[in-house]
Design a protein around this ligand. Sequence first.
Ligand SMILES: [Fe+2]
Ligand SMILES: [Fe+2]
Length: 329
Amino acid sequence: MLFSVLYVEKKLKRVENYTINYGELSMMIRLVAADSIGTRSMCTFVDTGDVSLVIDPGAALGPWRYGLRPHPKEVKRLEEHKAKIASLTSKVDLVIVTHYHYDHIPRPYEDISWLKGKTVVVKDPENNINFSQRTRAHLFVEQLRKVGCKILVADRGSIRIGTTSIKFSKAVQHGNSPKLGYVIEVCISTGSERLVHTSDVEGLVDEQQLDFIIQNKPDIVICDGPMTYMLGNRFTENDLEKSINNLMRIIASCRPTFLVLDHHLIRDLNWRDKVNKLITYADSFGTCVCTAAAFSGLSYEPLEAMRRELYESFPVSAGRNFKTDEDYV
Ligand SMILES: [Fe+2]
Ligand SMILES: [Fe+2]
């Protein structure tokens, strides 16, 4: 089911004790969990004054890196991030879900009472979706129904709340191939400012992923960066080149103040070297390319990429390392 224009009554409840200085920015935007702060996630909190919302209320750990299971420090960080996501999301007006991987939504066995009664705008669970995500979507929608959520389909839709407009793209492919399914991109606009959030596009390798951003001319872009840790494997040199060129096109065309790159890119400790050309180009336009950690004023701790060092610095006795049945997120 598609919806075109939906008006949601402004609610009085607001997130409390959540003050961040964003300089010139009028929207309050904060990454709640992200790879650069220690878990696989792109969970983002936004308060425009008209509406408070969370995009993708999930976080996960990479089940394997360098032949190692997650270090206990990663497990602790995941618990902290999940607690923060639950507490923050329980207070917002609206929740948006861009796709159904478990670093973006809770797992089926998790308690989601913190989503009770929420309006949740989700990626279409029936159309433009692969088998795996469709199965997960049905389980998630069932979970949401059990806690009394109002569920709306996002794809190509828009919502107006006071002076805030929220637009959703059509389904665009997940990363460099539709094999992993599709995601939706989100644009949040106030009179003076525009944010685009694009999860799991792996650095915008595809023209259709790019279109929505170029059309909306955002001031702030929060984007899943190129998957360079899989370079030569699931992500080719050609993909990286396309990604850098597409990100440069965004800078030239939209001239955003911030380009926040995180998630897949930050799983590579040498990510800066891989996108150096982009950073230099962005500098010449006055665009700040940064991680979620830098953007949110938090310590840069890409724990998954640091996993080998973690085990060297903080050895874990046999049998105490994290056991997981997690599949690919
Ligand atoms: Fe994903
Ligand atoms: Fe993801």
